[in-house]
Write a protein that binds this ligand. Structure first.
Ligand SMILES: Cc1cc2nc3c(=O)[nH]c(=O)nc-3n(C[C@H](O)[C@H](O)[C@H](O)COP(=O)(O)OP(=O)(O)OC[C@H]3O[C@@H](n4cnc5c(N)ncnc54)[C@H](O)[C@@H]3O)c2cc1C
Length: 458
């Protein structure tokens, strides 16, 4: 294991799968690739086998017949792509629609959301075209108001999204919500957004990887890149058992960014932990106690929010922000806290047994939007990361856009993809005193938790 990692070592055990419900219920085609051995070469080498890397490999091979290899330290989908909540929803940035309009302009923000829409539909169509049984569920994302005042504030957001940006955003009253979605003391109605749906994230990652392999990509699990150098114009990537020479490299590691491999990657990504708990299947009586009707994905309206959804076999999945150390003891504590929150949010389910809990990294950036580009000092290195907890669609879309950029040559000689909206432009600023990133995260999360408490939310 390389030194200098930001979080506890237990977060980087590439040879161990997370004890997740997704790992327990994965089925369908899996990639067959083996670890890299000997001395190999290709046109494009991809570091990281999550949605970004796999989607780039799939599009490069299927659409453009490029010679591609993917090096993944664990198994395909080992990272956040096999561990997430499975929300295929719009987002990708920490900036509200209003802030985006102020920073980038109305037309640019409209275009950004068009890409978000397209990205959700891309995931859906990949599932259909590549025959991936990822169990789609629901047809909207619900932002559930925890207070009446939040519901009122959401009306303005919905108006901007619908009228200025053309997004399919609508409000649901408390009464309608109780009747058609679920009933609980904390709900005061909701704002809903389409397109959105839920899926099985690991089946999606593995199905996508199997498809990329079918289309000609060579996939290498168990192949952590431990060193990277340039030799006579070519990149040389070393793993413990092999060596890969390539003309171009895509870095697709998001929150698990191997900063030690390349000076251009240092201090750019801000990984934050998210942790998920999954209950045993709920009985019909338990579901009826909260009149649970919905399969939609949901988040609540607090600053440090929870995300949740009912899975196909009636298990409740609930996720939220975890600690900033990454130790196993802290993870256990966060899982207990989330379990207690289930009882607070849905009193009839207080004390429900939790059968699975696991964690992983989402990735923020200093500018609060995704970072897609080429290294200014070496234009043969491409990257995409920083999806702000919204990578199911954004990482998939980014992989496709990187593939197109490489082959079609848009924005030639440019480190920034000028053909995309400015929210995606190029390498994000280095975080000052990057060694303090966990401290900054602690302060920020603490600040938002305090704001929630001042707002009367526990
Ligand atoms: C708990 C949790 C819940 C989430 N929920 C949602 C959600 O509901 N909806 C949503 O849209 N997004 C969600 N996200 C975010 C989403 O999962 C990510 O944005 C997305 O998966 C990122 O994909 P990626 O391919 O860029 O990175 P990852 O899937 O993290 O893949 C990066 C890969 O790089 C590999 N790697 C790192 N270093 C090396 C190296 N040196 N050599 C080789 N390989 C290396 C890692 O092993 C890893 O597999 C969630 C994330 C977490 C952790």
């Amino acid at each position: 294991m390389a030194s200098g990692r930001l979080f506890d070592e237990s977060m980087y055990r590439f040879d161990e799968a997370q004890p997740s419900w997704w790992e327990a219920s994965a089925s369908g085609p899996k990639p067959k690739g083996k670890p890299l051995t000997g001395s190999q070469s290709c046109d494009v080498a991809i570091i990281g086998g999550g949605y970004t890397g796999i989607s780039a490999a799939l599009h490069l091979t299927r659409d453009f017949n490029v010679d591609v290899r993917v090096l993944e330290a664990g198994h395909f989908g080992w990272g956040a792509s096999g561990r997430n909540g499975g929300f295929a929803t719009m987002g990708g940035t920490f900036l509200s629609a209003e802030k985006q309009i102020a920073r980038f302009g109305l037309e640019e923000t409209r275009q950004y959301f068009q890409h978000q829409n397209e990205a959700v539909e891309l995931v859906r169509s990949l599932g259909q075209d590549e025959k991936i049984n990822f169990q789609p569920q629901g047809d909207a994302e619900l932002v559930v108001a925890e207070k009446q005042a939040h519901f009122e504030a959401m009306k303005r957001t919905a108006e901007i999204e619908r009228d200025a940006l053309g997004i399919d955003t609508f409000m649901i009253s408390k009464e309608e919500f109780a009747e058609k979605y679920y009933d609980a003391p904390h709900q005061h109605g909701a704002m809903a957004q389409r397109p959105a749906f839920g899926l099985h994230p690991l089946r999606y990652a593995q199905g996508l990887a199997a498809a990329a392999e079918r289309h000609g990509a060579k996939l290498h699990p168990g192949s952590e890149v431990t060193s990277w150098r340039k030799e006579i114009g070519h990149h040389v990537l070393e793993t413990s058992s092999g060596r890969l020479t390539a003309k171009k490299v895509i870095v697709a590691c998001n929150g698990f960014m191997p900063e030690h491999l390349h000076s251009g990657l240092k201090g750019r990504a801000m990984p934050l932990q998210s942790l998920i708990v999954v209950t045993r299947p709920l009985t019909d009586d338990e579901l009826a106690a909260h009149n649970w009707q919905t399969e939609c994905t949901a988040i609540n309206s607090r600053n440090v929010y929870f995300y949740y959804r009912m899975l196909p076999d009636k298990r409740l999945l609930l996720g939220g922000r975890a600690d900033t150390t990454g130790t196993l003891a802290a993870a256990k504590q966060t899982a207990n806290d989330l379990t207690n929150y289930i009882g607070q949010l849905w009193p009839h389910w207080k004390g429900i047994e939790i059968e699975y809990s696991w964690r992983g990294f989402v990735c923020f950036t200093s500018e609060f939007h995704p970072s897609i580009g080429r290294m200014p000092e070496d234009l043969s290195v491409y990257f995409g990361f920083g999806y702000h907890g919204n990578g199911v669609n954004n990482a998939t879309w980014t992989g496709r856009e990187l593939a197109r950029w490489i082959v079609q040559g848009n924005s030639p000689d440019e480190p920034r993809p000028l053909h995309l909206p400015p929210q995606f432009h190029g390498m994000t600023y280095k975080i000052p005193f990057a060694g303090l990133r966990r401290f900054y995260a602690n302060v920020a999360v603490g600040w938002y938790r305090m704001k929630d408490r001042l707002d009367g939310i526990r």
